[in-house]
Design a protein around this ligand. Structure first.
Ligand code: SF4
Length: 342
């Protein structure tokens, strides 16, 4: 009977999507793309990846860049901690490893910000080392394939899934196998509508045989995202706009945004922000959904106010040229706030 790897290989060879980050697979490019792909849709990465590697073509270029430039290139991708970790990792590789990424998963994991998934991806895809990996797609496929009644987010679930992945990954073309498993999860064994009739693993799949494909994996119910009320001020003058840079240790650390205050409710936030500008004018509200928080932001415009006391989450607050905004790391939420006020 063919192995799982033997069933997947021809399917992947004929069905793999052509994606920009699947070309020219240097260890560095695999690293960047895998970091981007965590928590970001493939379509978005397809847009950002070529720009990012054109700007920072190798580890040395990334390590040498100022942190602000890296965040600017990451603007709009979200989860900015990833960009800071990637940058820190590149500096470590240049400083400690002579600028070369190592091939073994254990050595890769010593790089700041490189976890087991990224290490498995770089080792297997770029170096052809037999190493497993488990991401959300792989976890779903494995839970169904083996009818595993575990929560993939729990410690026990993770241990089980990594052991299963390790048992399946072949010595020959391990990177293609790992990618095939991820691709299967992304395109066929999808969360709510798996297409079992088209699946190359259909004959082996225990969940399918038992009619459990929609019940697995068993996921613990998510906590509802926290509601956060805030108000942002937009102050423009002579082609410039007032922005604050968030402290490195804060959420969205290092990113620039119109100064924003948080409060217990929308009215209190509006009141606080109105004190930061002269002639405040409430403009519109924006709702922005993050994984653990839903931000309700009311936007106030006005003139600059001398002596305004901005929240201490900002390292600095100053006017920047609007024409040069692309040089700053600006979140998608900040873009919404700025975009709606002319
Ligand atoms: S047969 Fe269905 S449930 Fe099983 S791995 Fe394939 S798509 Fe997923």
């Amino acid at each position: 009977m063919p192995t799982i790897a033997e069933r997947l290989a021809p399917w992947f060879a004929s069905r793999a999507r052509e994606l920009p980050f699947r070309k020219d697979r240097t260890p560095y490019r695999v690293w960047v793309s895998e970091v981007m792909l965590q928590q970001t849709r493939v379509a978005t990465v397809t847009e950002y990846f070529p720009r990012f590697v054109a700007r920072f073509p190798d580890v040395a270029a990334l390590a040498a860049a100022p942190a602000g430039d890296v965040l600017a290139a990451w603007s709009g991708l979200g989860y900015y901690r990833r960009a800071r970790a990637l940058h820190e990792g590149a500096r470590f590789v240049v400083r400690e490893l002579g600028g070369e990424l190592p091939a073994s998963p254990d050595a890769l994991r010593r790089i700041p910000g490189v976890g087991p998934y990224t290490a498995g991806a770089i080792a297997s895809v770029a170096f052809g080392v037999r190493a497993p990996l488990v991401d959300g797609n792989v976890a779903r496929v494995l839970c169904r394939l083996h009818a595993l009644d575990v929560d993939p987010a729990s410690g026990a679930g993770k241990r089980e899934l990594w052991a299963r992945a390790d048992a399946l990954v072949p010595a020959r073309a391990p990177g293609a196998f790992n990618e095939a498993l991820m691709e299967l999860g992304a395109t066929v064994c999808t969360p709510t509508s798996p297409r079992c009739d088209e699946c190359p693993l259909g004959a082996e799949c225990l969940a399918r045989r038992r009619g459990l494909e929609l019940e697995l994996p068993r996921v613990a119910p998510r906590r509802a995202p926290k509601r956060v009320f805030a108000s942002a001020i937009v102050v423009r003058q002579r082609g410039m706009v007032l922005l604050g840079r968030r402290r490195a240790d804060a959420l969205f650390g290092g990113m620039w945004e119109p100064p924003t205050v948080e409060a217990g409710d929308a009215d209190a936030a509006l009141e606080l922000s109105s004190r930061l500008v002269s002639r405040p004018r409430a403009r519109f509200a924006v709702t922005h959904v993050l994984t653990h928080r839903t931000m309700h932001v009311s936007v106030v415009s006005g003139g600059p106010r001398a002596g305004a006391s901005y929240p201490d989450v900002y390292e600095e607050v100053r006017f920047v040229r609007e024409a040069e905004l692309s040089r700053y790391g600006i979140s998608a939420l900040a873009k919404k706030v700025l975009g709606g006020t002319g």
